[in-house]
Write a protein that binds this ligand. Structure first.
Ligand code: SF4
Length: 206
């Protein structure tokens, strides 16, 4: 979907295409009407990578944080969203485009989440029980897939678990695309970026 501009109102329905990390951030945000700083950063940059422009991203966060006043939102949260988009901030190199969306590598290895934080990679940072519940909520009920996820996690093959879930959730579409010969070699590569997971899912399902 390169070049597609999504709006704040699209995010709930787009979340069916999110990998576990972003699905968890979205669910936590909808449950609590809040996310802590690093979760907001991880999610904001992902939304930017999706094609949400700054204005729509601000609309998204403002309506998601519905328990607070405009004044609090403007004072405490608006700046960081603008900063992520490069709209404000002192670093002239980054000015203009802001920060890049985080790769799996970065999410897996930097800033592990503490108590009450929703960022990170669930395949790595959740215990098995919470991970299983999340993956089931994403639509995986097949026991052999859940067992595979457990084994990948045990072996610290977090990407493998994520790709396994992707392949399972898109089984029919992948088969159809292969049968029709419209699967590019790029689409067969292991996913190593949450935004690539989204793009591949969105293209396969649309
Ligand atoms: Fe997200 Fe990457 Fe972890 Fe998948 S492997 S949940 S895309 S950080």
């Amino acid at each position: 979907p390169d070049g597609i501009q999504f709006t704040a109102a699209n995010v709930d329905s787009l979340s069916q295409h999110f990998p576990a990390c972003m699905s968890h951030l979205h669910r936590s945000l909808r449950r609590d009407a809040h996310l802590k700083h690093y979760g907001r950063l991880q999610y904001t940059l992902f939304l930017k990578g999706l094609g949400l422009n700054l204005e729509e991203c601000l609309v998204f966060w403002r309506s998601a944080f519905h328990k607070i006043t405009d004044d609090t939102f403007n004072k405490e949260y608006r700046y960081n969203v603008r900063h992520a988009y490069g709209d404000v901030g002192g670093d002239t190199n980054r000015r203009g485009s802001g920060y890049s969306p985080f790769s799996c590598q970065k999410i897996l290895t930097e800033h592990p989440p503490g108590p009450g934080e929703a960022h990170g990679c669930p395949y790595r940072h959740f215990d098995l029980e919470n991970l299983t519940a999340l993956v089931q909520a994403m639509g995986v009920t097949d026991r052999s897939v859940l067992q595979g996820v457990k084994e990948d996690k045990d072996h610290q093959k977090y990407h493998m678990a994520c790709n396994r879930v992707f392949e399972h959730l898109h089984k029919a579409e992948i088969k159809k695309a292969k049968d029709e010969g419209v699967m590019t070699s790029n689409q067969l590569e292991t996913l190593v970026h949450p935004n690539d997971y989204f793009k591949r899912s969105y293209i396969l399902k649309n």
